[in-house]
Design a protein around this ligand. Structure first.
Ligand code: 0O2
Length: 229
């Protein structure tokens, strides 16, 4: 049994009694659905590793610093399904949740994000469903990331199936910011919430300016290297 299968079982064991009741009817197909999403994550991770290796060979550096994959927890799936006012069915999950399988790609520089995303956009076995560019159009709170929502083919003994994956691209600095800001969502009755939000927005703007300055500096350093050759 794979480690992640054990995790899914543990997660299911940890569900509250009402959540178990909701999932009882669909337990087997649900576990099978999760297995398929996990396969889709493996496919995307491999594709990203291939692109990173090739880019490293041609450009002498890795555009991708880290790739993180995660399956949404059963409790979060149930929460999102009920928030959207949908019935707890496999079909509702397949059709309405784009982020059961999520990949986070952390790049050093903003232009690396677009370079890697563009290479993925050109892979003809992937079906691109939606692009949300929160780098060009940041959220009002300062959140910046590029999200690609795509369908990925997986090859099972019964044949080919497509599964949705949400790929989030960020710089190291944007990821640092988003991790802290994410914690804010789960804090209730925070005394100085307004002040914290304002400061977070300021930090997001500072981080963006640093990201682009660092990118410019890297360009100058690379140019100097070429001159030396
Ligand atoms: P978690 O816990 O990270 O999984 P949709 O998912 O399409 O129904 P939405 O909100 O329109 O709903 O999608 P959107 O804005 O593209 O957000 C999807 C994911 O992006 C979120 O998943 C977060 O991971 C991330 N994200 C979006 N906005 C923010 C933000 O303001 N701050 C941070 N830190 N992350 C953000 P989940 O399910 O909301 O959360």
């Amino acid at each position: 049994m794979m480690e992640e299968d054990k995790n899914l079982k543990t997660q299911i064991n940890e569900l509250r009694i009402e959540e178990i009741d909701e999932l009882r009817e669909i337990a087997k197909p649900f576990i099978s659905l999760m297995m398929e999403f996990r396969c889709a994550l493996m496919e995307i991770e491999t594709k990203l590793n291939v692109l990173n290796s090739e880019f490293a060979l041609t450009h002498n550096r890795n555009p991708i610093q880290t790739i993180k994959t995660r399956l949404k927890q059963p409790a979060s799936i149930l929460e999102k399904i009920s928030r959207k006012g949908l019935d707890v069915t496999i079909e509702a999950m397949e059709e309405n949740l784009a982020d059961i399988a999520g990949v986070r790609v952390i790049c050093s520089f903003p232009e690396d994000i677009y370079a890697v995303a563009d290479m993925m956009l050109h892979q003809d076995d992937l079906r691109m469903l939606e692009i949300k560019d929160y780098i060009k159009n940041p959220k009002p709170n300062g959140y910046r990331s590029l999200h690609l929502i795509m369908e990925v083919p997986i090859f099972l003994s019964s044949g080919k199936k497509f599964r949705k994956v949400e790929v989030q691209f960020r710089t190291i600095a944007m990821d640092f910011w988003a991790s802290l800001e994410h914690q804010l969502r789960y804090k209730k009755n925070l005394e100085n919430a307004e002040e914290i939000c304002r400061e977070l927005k300021e930090c997001a703007d500072v981080i963006t300016s640093v990201d682009y300055r660092m990118q410019e500096l890297r360009g100058k350093i690379e140019y100097a290297d070429e001159e030396d050759c």
